[in-house]
Design a protein around this ligand. Structure first.
Ligand code: 13P
Ligand code: SF4
Length: 312
């Protein structure tokens, strides 16, 4: 850690105490930001943790939909977001008004939405899911009940394949990071490291999922790397997760999968990387920017998230 970062971390610690604030951070943020977090997790763990934090302020070091989710679950708390421009290409691929029109074409369907959606889409949803629990959530719906699954077409078709359901309609959205990986480059890496296990996030395209030794959410991949007995992994998801992998399993080797164009850095989530120690410190100092939601939309969205947490 560089000296300026240490100073900022210290300043953030002091501000957290003074303001009774906690920082929740996603694994895809930078290692410095992860170092400032009181709780680090994947989308599911962060949603669950948000409900039980003992603090006046939650600062969400992640992207906008995650901070919105925390506010939906904790309307009485102040939820701050250090960089409100940190969106998500997947959430943005599903506009609430377009989704309402889409939904009206499929009456009688149960709507399952990935948590990577805006609060407006969650308000149109019966039950949310994350990549950790998507299979469990879809399996909790009677088999003869038709389902709309939004917004990630890759996760949706993966779940469709696992469940064998032919009554799932998919929204055509995707994440710019997970769509960018190249199978050829992963196979090249596999030739260089024949003992490496390929671990893949289900937001990736089907041909990458098919080449995986393990498919799972960020948290599931972390667990698998600890438990599976292998000691070298080709990691096909956002490389922010490598910091936690190396911390948890210092004796193992983790190789980030490159994107199609190795010069573009587009296997990194540009939104998650917009969160910095500087904007966290400023956000705590100023107690803003803050998430505010329309109460009726929040209540509808809360029902869909609570329905997910009840199944988990
Ligand atoms: P998980 O945290 O559920 O693995 O999702 C990954 C992701 O893309 C978060 O934005
Ligand atoms: Fe959204 Fe993809 Fe970034 Fe996750 S990695 S926040 S899905 S753009």
């Amino acid at each position: 850690m560089t000296e300026p970062n240490e100073k900022l971390l210290q300043q953030i610690e002091e501000l957290k105490k003074k303001k009774r604030a906690v920082i929740l951070a996603h694994y895809y943020t930078t290692p410095e930001v992860q170092a400032a977090a009181d709780f680090l997790g994947d989308s599911l763990a962060l949603s669950v943790e948000a409900q039980s934090v003992d603090a006046d302020i939650i600062l969400f070091a992640g992207v906008h939909f995650m901070a919105e989710t925390a506010k939906v679950l904790c309307p009485e708390k102040r939820v701050l977001i250090p960089c409100p421009e940190a969106g998500c290409s997947l959430a943005e691929s599903c506009d609430a008004a377009d989704f309402a029109r889409f939904k009206s074409r499929y009456p009688g369907h149960t709507v399952v939405s990935y948590v990577n959606t805006t609060v407006g889409v969650k308000a149109l949803t019966d039950i949310c899911c994350t990549s950790s629990n998507a299979l469990k959530i879809v399996e909790s719906i009677p088999r003869d009940q038709p389902v709309i699954f939004a917004p990630d077409r890759n996760l949706g078709s993966y779940i469709q394949k696992l469940t064998g359901r032919d009554n799932m309609v998919l929204w055509d959205g995707a994440c710019h990071v997970h769509e960018e990986f190249s199978l050829e480059k992963i196979l090249d890496l596999k030739r260089e490291h024949p003992d490496a296990r390929v671990v893949v996030h289900p937001e990736c395209k089907a041909h990458l999922v098919a080449a995986a030794d393990f498919v799972g959410s960020t948290a599931a991949i972390l667990d698998y790397c600890g438990k599976c007995g292998g000691d070298c992994f080709i990691v096909v998801t956002e490389p922010g997760i490598l910091a936690e992998m190396r911390k948890r399993y210092p004796g193992k080797r983790f190789i980030p999968a490159p994107p199609m164009d190795s010069t573009c850095g587009c296997n990194e989530c540009r939104y998650m990387k917009m969160v910095t120690l500087e904007n966290i410190a400023a956000c705590l100092e100023n107690e803003g920017p803050e998430i505010t939601l329309d109460e009726e939309t929040r209540r509808k969205a809360e029902r869909s998230i609570r329905n997910m947490i009840a199944v988990r």
